[in-house]
Design a protein around this ligand. Structure first.
Ligand code: DAK
Length: 263
């Protein structure tokens, strides 16, 4: 891997996009390496992932404008598909992915953060979808995910105006869940990931699937999805131990991590 580093910290995986000379812009190779990195994550021993960018200035400054500038229509479509496939892989990854946004998150950078389950950022973060200023539309899901996250009105304002917003505004509109100092960001992301990893892993995975799949259908169908994933948790060791500890009033055991059980 030239542009991605991966670190395993207990049950938490940390994926860092490491192309700081280009502010971690996404070219084809970076996209391929992100995909290969997620494919290689050991899902038996990893319960949450943190995605961040190298350096103090940028999370991801977008798709690589140099590489895109000479694309034909067909090549542009293929590049878009490559990005969309990778982003969808992150969105549907079986375990939660937290974006720790440490600076610029523009265009494809904002879009990759939106394919993650949770976004937190540093106080120097800047978000935006500048594509219409470059003569294109957002092409990695920005028109779809931004509208779902912050509402159609705010998404349209950001996308049509191509105006960047700072961390505090991203927090105000619900694009990020929290803002930290630059020094605090990664420790806080790891802490949140470790908190998630301490919970029953099958239940956490099923929650992610229930929320994601349920948001794509009407409420009647969504409730059925929840019922199935709720039922799926029963008879697992996690469910037996979790409820057993509560009934035994064993607070010590209740706090212990239940080992991951395959179904
Ligand atoms: N691509 C390539 N290189 C980039 C880059 C980018 N997006 N952003 C920055 N760089 C490079 C710069 O060229 C510069 O390289 P050198 O000149 O040093 O070799 C280096 O990073 C440092 O950047 P600056 O010198 O510009 O740094 P500043 O602090 O002055 O400015 C900045 C930082 C983030 C404000 C500025 O770099 C900037 O405006 N960058 C571009 C941001 C941007 O517009 N991003 C959105 C890209 S468009 C689609 C598929 C995908 C997409 C669209 C359609 N379809 C299939 C339809 C996605 C589109 C996008 O993401």
């Amino acid at each position: 891997m030239e542009f991605i580093t991966y670190e395993q910290d207990g049950f938490v995986g940390i994926v860092t996009i490491n192309r700081p000379k280009a502010l971690n812009a996404l070219n084809s190779q970076v996209l391929e390496e992100i995909e290969a990195t997620f494919d290689a994550i050991d899902l038996e021993n990893t319960r949450a992932v943190v995605l961040t960018g190298a350096g103090e200035k940028s999370f991801v400054a977008g798709a690589d404008i140099g590489e895109m500038s000479t694309l034909t229509k067909a090549e542009g479509e293929a590049f878009g598909k490559k990005g969309n496939d990778v982003f969808r892989k992150i969105e549907t990854f079986p375990i939660p992915v937290i974006a720790a946004i440490n600076g610029f998150a523009l265009g494809g950078g904002c879009e990759i953060s939106m394919s993650c389950d949770i976004r937190i950022c540093s106080d120097n973060a800047v978000f935006g979808q500048p594509e219409v200023g470059l003569g294109i539309t957002p092409g990695f899901g920005g028109t779809q995910r931004l509208a779902r996250l912050v509402g159609a009105g705010m998404a349209k304002q950001m996308i049509y105006s191509a105006r960047n917003i700072k961390a505090d505004e991203a927090y105000r509109i619900g694009l990020v869940n929290a803002v930290y100092t630059q020094e605090e960001l990664l420790p806080q992301a790891k802490k949140l990931a470790a908190t998630i990893a301490a919970n029953a892993p099958i239940a956490v995975r099923n929650c992610k699937k229930a929320i994601n799949d349920g948001l794509e259908v009407d409420m009647d169908a969504a409730i059925v999805i929840e019922e199935k994933l709720f039922g799926d948790c029963f008879e697992t060791e996690d469910q037996k131990a979790g409820m057993g500890n509560f009934l035994e009033k064993d607070k010590e055991k209740k706090l212990k991590v239940v080992p991951f059980q395959n179904k």
